[in-house]
Design a binder for this molecule. Structure first.
Ligand code: NAD
Length: 354
């Protein structure tokens, strides 16, 4: 029970359920727009075209060039396409990369955003934009970045490959993990995070068995909404900093990077705030939170080491130096020696904690 807190309220409208993609037109009109640009990655271009067709006259074009880590060069091209199309809003269909591009356009043009997430990455509920320029990823927060409306259509997640299902869920769990000890946490976020842990623990093993299991997909997407909300309404710490270091400076894939780091960052901070991380430990087996998450990751076939991602042992010194520069506020003090040790364990894939 928290003795004192501030609850900032939740501002994004959420439409959740199977088949809700069909509500896109209504939701765009509800925001008062009559021209939108549909965004996607190249991989999801066909889905974006289908969506644009269903939007009819509302769709003024498609930009299917979203890529991971929101490079500013791509954003600049997309902003030109947005302005040329005459659109006043974007509809972002896809994972965090597409949502990131929509946010980058919104912050430069004032466009409204309707986001239709198809992974569990969780960018859609946040006021956070991470962008990559000159090999470094920087993050900013602003109310202009937060999407106006999010449509969670469970059916769109049925095609999510098992590998990405697992790593994307681990990415979402990382948002909840850091929310449990965030200095600005509140009871609403904590309840959502607790619920999300249970839903992922139960849903992910079922999705490995059967990726088309609609009820498990519903659980997982619900959990992703909870975790995204947590990321969007409280501050993040060491875990997210390290994920940005590897994504921005070593170009590692986002979800896998989160998945690998999660047990280690959890174990690192657990030494400072074991009681606050107890809900994770209890949900995943009752031992230490870091150790239980490592076991869960292994059970669900998540990638287990930075080495397996192609990181060289000799990269760890540079990663440490970037991580301790402008470090985020963290419950356990950060110093180069302890971060280097954490990264060594994550590089080798050794089970953390006890
Ligand atoms: P992604 O959006 O790059 O998607 C990975 C690949 O999977 C893409 O090719 C995509 O088209 C494809 N895909 C997505 N959904 C699919 C589906 N249902 N079926 C089949 N294929 C599908 O990856 P991601 O992990 O969702 O997002 C990573 C990006 O999101 C990173 O750039 C990260 O920084 C950003 N992110 C930002 C925030 C924030 O709050 N700012 C939060 C989380 C993630």
């Amino acid at each position: 029970m928290m003795d004192s807190f501030i609850f900032p309220g939740l501002t994004t409208r959420v439409v959740f359920g199977a088949g809700t993609l069909s509500r896109a037109q209504e939701e765009v009109r509800r925001l008062g727009h009559d021209k939108v640009l549909v965004l996607s990655t190249p991989h999801q271009k066909a889905d974006a075209e289908k969506l644009a067709e269903s939007l009819g006259d509302l769709a003024s074009g498609i930009f299917a060039g979203a890529v991971m880590h929101t490079p500013v060069e791509v954003t600049e091209t997309a902003v030109e396409a947005f302005r040329a199309s005459g659109a006043t809003a974007v509809v972002s269909l896809g994972g965090g990369s597409t949502t990131g591009l929509g946010k980058a356009i919104a912050v430069r043009t004032g466009a409204d955003q309707v986001v239709i997430p198809t992974t569990y990455a969780g960018s859609e509920m946040t006021d956070i934009l991470g962008e990559t320029a000159s090999g470094e990823k920087t993050t900013r927060r602003s109310p202009d970045i937060r999407p106006e409306t999010v449509i969670y259509d469970v059916d769109l997640t049925l095609s999510l490959p098992v590998g990405l299902t697992v790593t994307s869920a681990m990415n979402a769990i990382a948002h909840a993990m850091e929310a449990f000890y965030a200095p600005d946490r509140n009871p609403v976020i904590e309840l959502m995070c607790r619920d999300a842990m249970v839903a992922f623990r139960d849903g992910i093993p079922r999705l490995i068995e059967d990726p088309q299991d609609r009820s498990a997909r519903t659980k997982a997407l619900y959990a992703a909404w909870c975790c995204s909300t947590a990321l969007g309404y409280v501050s993040m710490a060491l875990h997210h900093k390290l994920a940005h270091v590897f994504g921005g400076s070593f170009d590692t894939p986002h979800a896998e990077t989160h998945a690998i780091l999660l047990p280690y960052t959890t174990a690192f901070n657990e030494q400072a705030v074991p009681d606050l991380l107890r809900p994770i430990a209890d949900t995943f087996g009752g031992g230490s939170a870091g150790g239980e998450l490592w076991d869960f990751a292994q059970t669900v076939g998540s990638p287990m080491s930075l080495k397996a991602l192609g990181i060289e042992e000799s990269d760890l010194d540079r990663a440490t130096a970037i991580a301790v520069k402008n470090a985020y506020t963290n419950p356990r003090p950060i110093d180069p020696g302890s971060i280097r040790e954490l990264l060594q364990a994550a590089w080798e894939g050794r089970r953390p904690g006890g």
